[in-house]
Write a protein that binds this ligand. Structure first.
Ligand code: ZN
Ligand code: ZN
Ligand code: FE
Length: 757
C-alpha cells in the first residue's frame, strides 16, 4: 500500500477497538505473498455505520480527496508524552502523531504530505526526522510532526503585537492574566478563540460588551470530563462525544447550582461545553483548573480569525492580549456544535446502532467532521454520472458542497454571508473544494432566492465556466439533505420548518409540508399565511409577528387587546395596525419560526431577539420546564387542517384556533410553561394529521425549527406511535448549514433526468 501518494489504497473499517486492531495486525502480517505493504497509516474517522463489503470505483481512480483527513483531538499517547518530564516533547504545545492533531486546518494542497501543509516551512530536526521515517514509529509519516527544537513556537503579544513573553513563560503569563479576568485571544487549531474566566460575571459581561453580543450563549471549556460533570448533567452519549477525536462543543443540561457567571448563557438551561482538543488547550486548562469561556474569535457572524496579524486588527478592542504561534492556519475551521437528543425513539425499524446515531444532531459542522464526505446511495450515484456538482448553500450559516459520483464533500461552517470576511471565506471554500478534490463543476446549484449573495456568485461562476445553474427551492433542499443523509429514495413527506426561505410563488416560506423526491416536490400543505411585518424588522421584534398573527385572527380589534403578558402598548399596536392595513414592506409568510416568535411575544417570554432563534428558544425552554415540573399529559392546542384556496398548495394548516385557545389561557392567567407546552403538543398533533392525509410511510423532519430537541422528540414519538418511519438529521445540520448538501443532490438528480429524456 503506497503512502502519501494519490494512488494509495484507502480502507475504511468499522467496529470496536479490539476488532479494528486485530484487522490492522492481520492486514500487515497475513497479506498474501503477492501483496507488499510498504507502509500503513491509520486515522480515526466518524463511523458511517456501513454494513457489508464493497470496493469503490473512486479508489481505483485515485481521487486525491480520499486522503484529506479532518483535524483530530490530541490522543492519549501524546497526552502521556505531554505530561512526561523525561520526554523531549514534555509540555510542548504542538506535539502530534499519526492519530491526532491538525490536518485539514493546515492543508494547502494535495496530496496530504508535509510539503503541502503549513508545516512546510519547519525543517525537521534529526530526532523528528528519524521518527518520521521509521515505519515502526507511531509518528511514521505524521505530517505535522514537530518538537521544541524544530517546531512552532508560542508567544504572548500585547494589543500592539509586541511580544511580552515566549514559550513556557507565555503560557504561564496567559494563565495569570485569565485568572485576573482579562480577555485572551488564543490562536487555536482552526482559528482564534476568545478566552475569559467563566466564573467572573464582570469579565464575561466585558466580553459581551466588547463583542457586542447581547445574549447569544458562549461555549465553555472545562479542564476534564469530571469537571464538566460538576456543572452539567451528562448522558453516556454526551460523555463519549465530548471525549471523541472530533471533540465538539456539546449542548448539555446545566445543573441548577452550576457556579458559572449568568452572563455565559443568560436564561439558558443548556450549556455548550467542550474539552481541550489540542496540546495547547490541555496545558492551559491544566493550569487554570476552572471553566473558561472559549468563544469564536470574530465579530458577530463573521468567520473566525486565523492569522495573528489579522487578529490584531479584527479583535482590536476585544482581546487584552494575544496568545499566538507561528504555525499558519490555512482556513478557518470553527469548533463544531452537537446536540444529543436524549429521548430515543420508542420503536424503529432500524438497528440499535442506528438508533443511537439518530439521537445525535450536528448544529454546526466544522472541526473534526470536515472534510469527511457524506456518502450517497448507489442508485443516486449512478444517476449523477454527469460530473461534479458545486452547491453554494444559502445565506445564513453558509456552507458549500461538492458532489462527485457517490459522495458529497461539505465545507466547514462559514457564517452569514453579509460581511466581507464571510464572503472571502466563502470564495476560498469554493476554491478549496475544487482544488483539493481536483474537480471542476459541470453544474452549479444555488438557492432560488434571486438576491442571496451566494446565488449571485453561482451565476457569475457558471458564466465563467460555461456550465448551467440549477436554482433549488430552499425547503426542497432542506428535505433532500435529510433524505441524502439517510440514503432514502423515492417520495417522502418532508416537513421543513424554519425562519425563512424563498418560495416558488415569491413569498417567504417556512412552515412547509412537501411531497418530495430528489428530483421534484409538490407543496402538499403549508402554514396559514400571515404578514412578515416590516420584513427584516420582524426577525428582531417578535411582537411584530404576534401583531400580524392577531390581525389574521381579529383584525382591527387587535389594537384594543386585553393581554397583560403581551408587552405592547396601545400606541405600538396602532402603529403596527396601520402597517398591516397598508401591507407596506410586509410580505406574506408561512414561517414556523415567526409563529414561535408570536408565542414568545404573547406569553411575554421574549420581547426583543438579539440573535436568530432566541425567541423560539425561549418558547422551547419554557415548555421543557413544564415537563420537568412533572406535567404529565399535556393537552395540545387545536390546529385545523383545511383545504387551501391557493393553487399551489393542497392543504392549509390553520394556526388560528391554536392562537385563539392560547389567548383564552392567557386571559385565565395560565403560566407560559403550560401554554408553550400545549403549543408544542398541538404542533406535533398537527403534523400527525397532515402525515395521515398525505399517506406516505416515510416522514422527514428538517429545517432550523427542528434544532428544538423537544419539538423533534414530540413529533417523532407521535408519528412513530401511528406507524410512520421518521427521519431527522445527524450528519449535517437541520439548519441552513445543511442546505448545500440538499442543493447538490437535487441539482444532480434534476440534470440526470434531463439527460436521460
Ligand atoms: Zn497523538
Ligand atoms: Zn524536532
Ligand atoms: Fe432554512
Amino acid at each position: 500500500m503506497g503512502t502519501n501518494t494519490v494512488n494509495g489504497v484507502s480502507i475504511e473499517v468499522e467496529g470496536g477497538a479490539p476488532t479494528v486492531e486485530t484487522f490492522l495486525r492481520r492486514l500487515k502480517g497475513e497479506a498474501p505473498a503477492s501483496v507488499r505493504v510498504d507502509g500503513m497509516r491509520t486515522q480515526v474517522v466518524p463511523a458511517l455505520d456501513d454494513r457489508g463489503f464493497a470496493i469503490h470505483r473512486s479508489t481505483e481512480l485515485g481521487r486525491p480527496s480520499l486522503v484529506i483527513p479532518p483535524d483530530l483531538a490530541t490522543c492519549a499517547d501524546c497526552l502521556r508524552e505531554l505530561a512526561d518530564p523525561t520526554d523531549h516533547r514534555f509540555r510542548y504545545p504542538f506535539l502530534t502523531c499519526t492519530q491526532c492533531g491538525p490536518r485539514y486546518s493546515l492543508l494547502t494542497a494535495i496530496p496530504y504530505e508535509r510539503s503541502n501543509t503549513t508545516m512546510a516551512g519547519f525543517e525537521l530536526c534529526s530526532a523528528c526526522r528519524a521518527e518520521y521515517e521509521s515505519e515502526t514509529d507511531r509518528r511514521f509519516h505524521a505530517e505535522p510532526i514537530a518538537c521544541p527544537i524544530c517546531g512552532p513556537r508560542l508567544c504572548l503579544w500585547d494589543e500592539q503585537g509586541c511580544e511580552i513573553a515566549a514559550e513556557e513563560g507565555a503560557l504561564q503569563r496567559a494563565v495569570a492574566l485569565l485568572d485576573e479576568g482579562l480577555i485572551v485571544a488564543v490562536k487555536g487549531l482552526g482559528g482564534f478563540q476568545l478566552w475569559v474566566d467563566a466564573q467572573s460575571e464582570e469579565a464575561v459581561r466585558r466580553l459581551r460588551d466588547r463583542k457586542r453580543r447581547a445574549d447569544k450563549p458562549f461555549a465553555v471549556t472545562f479542564p476534564s470530563l469530571e469537571a464538566v460533570r460538576d456543572y452539567c448533567l451528562l448522558s453516556p452519549d454526551e460523555e463519549s462525544l465530548l471525549c471523541s477525536p472530533q471533540a465538539p462543543i456539546v449542548l448539555a443540561r446545566k445543573r441548577r447550582d452550576a457556579a458559572l457567571a449568568e452572563a455565559v448563557a443568560p436564561g439558558n438551561p443548556y450549556l455548550g461545553v467542550m474539552l481541550p482538543a489540542t496540546p495547547l488547550h490541555h496545558l492551559l486548562m491544566a493550569s487554570l483548573q476552572r471553566p473558561i469561556v472559549a468563544t469564536s474569535g470574530n465579530r458577530s457572524e463573521e468567520p473566525i480569525v486565523i492569522d495573528e496579524g489579522e487578529a490584531l486588527a479584527r479583535l482590536k478592542g476585544i482581546a487584552d492580549v494575544f496568545l499566538v504561534h507561528d504555525r499558519p492556519i490555512s482556513r478557518p475551521v470553527d469548533d463544531s456544535v452537537v446536540l444529543v437528543v436524549d429521548r430515543t425513539p420508542k420503536h424503529s425499524e432500524r438497528s440499535g446502532a442506528d438508533k443511537r446515531k439518530a439521537t445525535q444532531m450536528i448544529l454546526r459542522r466544522a472541526r473534526g467532521y470536515v472534510p469527511q464526505a457524506i456518502r450517497l446511495k448507489n442508485s443516486l450515484a449512478e444517476r449523477t454520472g454527469s460530473g461534479p456538482v458545486l452547491a453554494v448553500g444559502g445565506h445564513l450559516k453558509n456552507t458549500v458542497a461538492l458532489l462527485w459520483e457517490d459522495r458529497v464533500w461539505l465545507s466547514q461552517h462559514l457564517g452569514d454571508l453579509s460581511t466581507l470576511e464571510a464572503d472571502l471565506a466563502f470564495r476560498q471554500a469554493v476554491d478549496d473544494l475544487q482544488r483539493l478534490l481536483q474537480a471542476e463543476p459541470k453544474l452549479i446549484a444555488c438557492d432560488l432566492h434571486p438576491d442571496y449573495r451566494s446565488t449571485g456568485f453561482a451565476r457569475e461562476l457558471a458564466e465563467s465556466l460555461s456550465v448551467p445553474v440549477v436554482p433549488v427551492q430552499h425547503h426542497h433542499a432542506h428535505v433532500a439533505s435529510c433524505m441524502a443523509e439517510h440514503k432514502l429514495d423515492g417520495e417522502v413527506l418532508g416537513i421543513a420548518w424554519d425562519g425563512a426561505g424563498y418560495g416558488t410563488d415569491g413569498h417567504v416560506w417556512g412552515g412547509e409540508f412537501l411531497i418530495a423526491s430528489y428530483r421534484q416536490f409538490t407543496r402538499f400543505a403549508s402554514l396559514r399565511s400571515f404578514r412578515l411585518l416590516g420584513g427584516e424588522a420582524a426577525m428582531k421584534a417578535p411582537g411584530r409577528s404576534a401583531a400580524a398573527a392577531l390581525w389574521e385572527l381579529m383584525g382591527e380589534t387587535m389594537v384594543h387587546h386585553d393581554l397583560p403578558s403581551w408587552n405592547m402598548t396601545g400606541d405600538q399596536c396602532a402603529y403596527l395596525a396601520a402597517l398591516l392595513r397598508s401591507g407596506i414592506a410586509s410580505p406574506w409568510t408561512t414561517s414556523m419560526g415567526r409563529l414561535f416568535d408570536t408565542v414568545a411575544s404573547l406569553t411575554g417570554l421574549c420581547a426583543q431577539a438579539s440573535f436568530e432563534g432566541q425567541a423560539a428558544m425561549a418558547v422551547q425552554f419554557a415548555a421543557e420546564r413544564e415537563w420537568e415540573a412533572g406535567g404529565g399529559s399535556v393537552q395540545g392546542y387545536p390546529i385545523e387542517l383545511v383545504t387551501s384556496e391557493s393553487s399551489d398548495t393542497k392543504w392549509m394548516v390553520d394556526w388560528r384556533p391554536m392562537i385563539s385557545a392560547m389567548l383564552d389561557d392567557l386571559r385565565r392567567g395560565h403560566r407560559p410553561e403550560l401554554i408553550t407546552a400545549r403549543f408544542h403538543v398541538g404542533l406535533a398533533e398537527g403534523v400527525v394529521r397532515v402525515a395521515q392525509v398525505a399517506g406516505l410511510p416515510r416522514v422527514v423532519l428538517t429545517g432550523g425549527c427542528f434544532q428544538n430537541g423537544l419539538l423533534l422528540t414530540l413529533v417523532r414519538q407521535r408519528l412513530e406511535a401511528v406507524g410512520f418511519a421518521v427521519y431527522s438529521h445527524s450528519l449535517v445540520p437541520p439548519n441552513d448549514g445543511g442546505l448545500s448538501l440538499g442543493q447538490a443532490v437535487v441539482a444532480a438528480s434534476t440534470s440526470s433526468e434531463e439527460q436521460s429524456l
